[in-house]
Design a protein around this ligand. Structure first.
Ligand code: ADP
Ligand code: MG
Ligand code: MG
Length: 247
């Protein structure tokens, strides 16, 4: 599904951050990326999603057999790449529901589909919001306006479940993630996951991996993946930190 080859990227007119990333993600897999602060984890997620502050200087990002490096962020989203928003924007006057309806229909349109019939949309909103314990009044609130950390998380995961991407990239760098927010993310990912999609989970929190079983754990340091293992690597990192890997 995703095949990243020798990816080098830098900040527009700035420092080289990614220095040769190789990563292959197959359908049905969950990959976790961990690593010290400043390693380039958020940069990697932004570069996969196509955020414009970064420039790819070498390498390829193959998604579903196509190099997507030249694609705009929206095109990548339409192809099925989802990136959770670390700092989501507030949109006064646009409700959680109306935002997701518009996003979903735009996605369908870009893929040559008609708008989802209102009844079907409503049923889907009901199903997904119930799975996440989202109440009706939350759905009619203005997007992100006055949302708590947990509510922002819940909204992000709701967006992921509604848009049903092939690849969901979740960048959980928010130091404010309390145990409730971890649970929201974990429950959402576990409900979302199936044999046809994949999750790239970027996290500082070993704890999160107690709730989400990763197939692979990678350590990213200084712009490179320096070690790959299974879930036991996350436990080892929790115990020993990163220093033993950095020399
Ligand atoms: P991580 O998510 O692993 O903590 P980041 O990808 O956020 O690391 O950052 C990697 C490095 O790149 C850091 O030194 C950070 O300061 C720098 N960096 C990332 N994005 C930008 C940007 N838009 N402008 C300036 N520096 C940036
Ligand atoms: Mg950071
Ligand atoms: Mg980060």
């Amino acid at each position: 599904m995703l095949n990243i080859k020798n990816l080098h990227a830098r900040i527009e007119d700035g420092a080289q951050i990614l220095k040769g990333i190789n990563l292959e993600i197959k359908p049905g897999e969950v990959h976790a990326i961990m690593g010290p602060n400043g390693a380039g984890k958020s940069t990697l997620s932004s570069v996969i999603a196509g955020k414009e502050d970064y420039e790819v200087t070498e390498g390829e990002i193959i998604f579903d057999g196509e190099n997507i490096i030249e694609d705009a962020p929206e095109e990548r989203a339409h192809k099925g790449v989802f990136l959770s928003f670390q700092y989501p924007v507030e949109i006064p006057g646009v409700s959680v529901t109306n935002f997701i309806k518009a996003a979903l229909n735009e996605n369908r349109k870009a893929n040559g589909l008609d708008e989802m019939p209102a009844k079907e949309m409503l049923a889907m909103i009901r199903e997904k919001s119930e799975q996440l314990g989202i109440k009706k009044d939350f759905l009619s609130r203005s997007l992100n306006e006055g949302f708590s950390g947990g509510e922002k998380k819940r909204n992000e995961i709701f967006q992921m479940m509604m848009l049903n991407p092939k690849l969901a990239i979740l960048d959980e760098t928010d130091s404010g993630l309390d145990i409730d927010a971890l649970r929201i993310v974990a429950d959402g990912v576990n409900a979302f996951k199936n044999e046809g999609n994949a999750v790239l989970l970027i996290t500082h929190y070993q704890r999160l991996l107690n709730y989400i079983q990763p197939d692979y754990v990678h350590v990213l340091a200084n712009g490179k993946i320096i070690k790959t293992g299974d879930k036991s690597l996350a436990l080892e990192l929790e115990e020993k930190g990163y220093d033993w890997l950095l020399n």
